[in-house]
Design a protein around this ligand. Structure first.
Ligand code: HEM
Length: 238
């Protein structure tokens, strides 16, 4: 149906290609990490062997490397990308930010949410929370990759800690307990225990944030007469 001139909408290029690639690689990696993480949590119910569990951890950590590298790339792009990709459009700061947040909240509560091209002021708070949780998962996950698989960047150090006396630490394997000194291994397990707990609670928090994000996108899409929420797919906000 054709629109009268007063009904015309402008088309904006919002999310540039690197930002959209980042978003969808991150979404797929996190979905994979959650799926494999849930399997690891239910290893007994799934009847996994020790070898099967180690393989799942390897898949999980490989996805974790992808997520971490993709996130580092996004941080670089926040200095180089278009105005919607930059730090000042992403994080809750800058001139007029708190006033914009107040008026966004007031309009939202009165049932007439303001339309924003790019991130709205409330979304910018959610982004800080998501970035914090992802960075927490990367930090704790990389330590666990070291303690569980002896994989980089900390694996060599943990292998040196638990290696059986006289054994080259490069030969320490999660599948061969005779490559490890049992007292050192026990001490290393005690060290990693609170890190597993943080990784697990951050997973619960992330799952809640992701669900909220999906519900918000669906509500925004179906609550909008013109169905304008496809800009993360096509870049354009019409
Ligand atoms: C969105 C990000 C992530 C989520 C949602 C997630 C989720 C999980 C969950 C649910 C578990 C099972 C916890 C348990 O068995 O008690 C787990 C374990 C693990 N994760 Fe992640 N993870 C994420 C990122 C990472 C990253 C980036 C790495 C490393 C590069 C990593 C490494 C590990 C390792 C080594 C384990 C095994 C720990 C164990 O034996 O309990 N994770 N993860």
């Amino acid at each position: 149906m054709s629109r009268t001139p007063s009904e015309e909408y402008r088309a904006y290029n919002v999310w540039d290609a690197p930002t959209r690639w980042f978003h969808w690689i991150n979404a797929l990696a996190v979905l994979g990490l959650i799926s494999v993480g849930v399997m690891l949590l239910n290893d007994d119910a799934l009847g996994l062997s020790v070898g099967g569990k180690v393989q799942l951890k390897q898949i999980h950590v490989a996805l974790g490397y992808v997520m971490a590298l993709n996130l580092i790339w996004r941080f670089v792009w926040a200095f180089l990308g278009n105005r919607y990709a930059r730090w000042r459009a992403m994080l809750p700061y800058g001139p007029g930010y708190w006033g914009a947040l107040r008026s966004y909240a007031t309009a939202f509560l009165s049932g007439e949410p303001q339309q924003y091209v790019g991130h709205n002021p409330a979304a910018r708070i959610a982004i800080v929370l998501i970035l914090f949780l992802l960075l927490l998962q990367i930090a704790t996950g990389l330590i666990l990759a070291g303690t569980d698989l002896f994989w980089p960047p900390f694996g060599k150090w943990f292998a040196g800690w638990v290696a059986a006396p006289g054994l080259d630490s490069a030969l320490v394997s999660p599948l061969a307990s005779n490559t490890m000194d049992q007292a050192a291994y026990k001490a290393m397990r005690a060290f990693r225990s609170p890190i597993v707990t943080v990784h697990l609670y951050a997973f619960y928090a992330l799952a809640a944030v992701i669900l909220t994000h999906l519900v918000a996108v669906i509500v925004a899409h179906f609550g909008d007469r013109e169905r304008r929420f496809h800009s993360m797919v096509s870049a354009r906000f019409i």
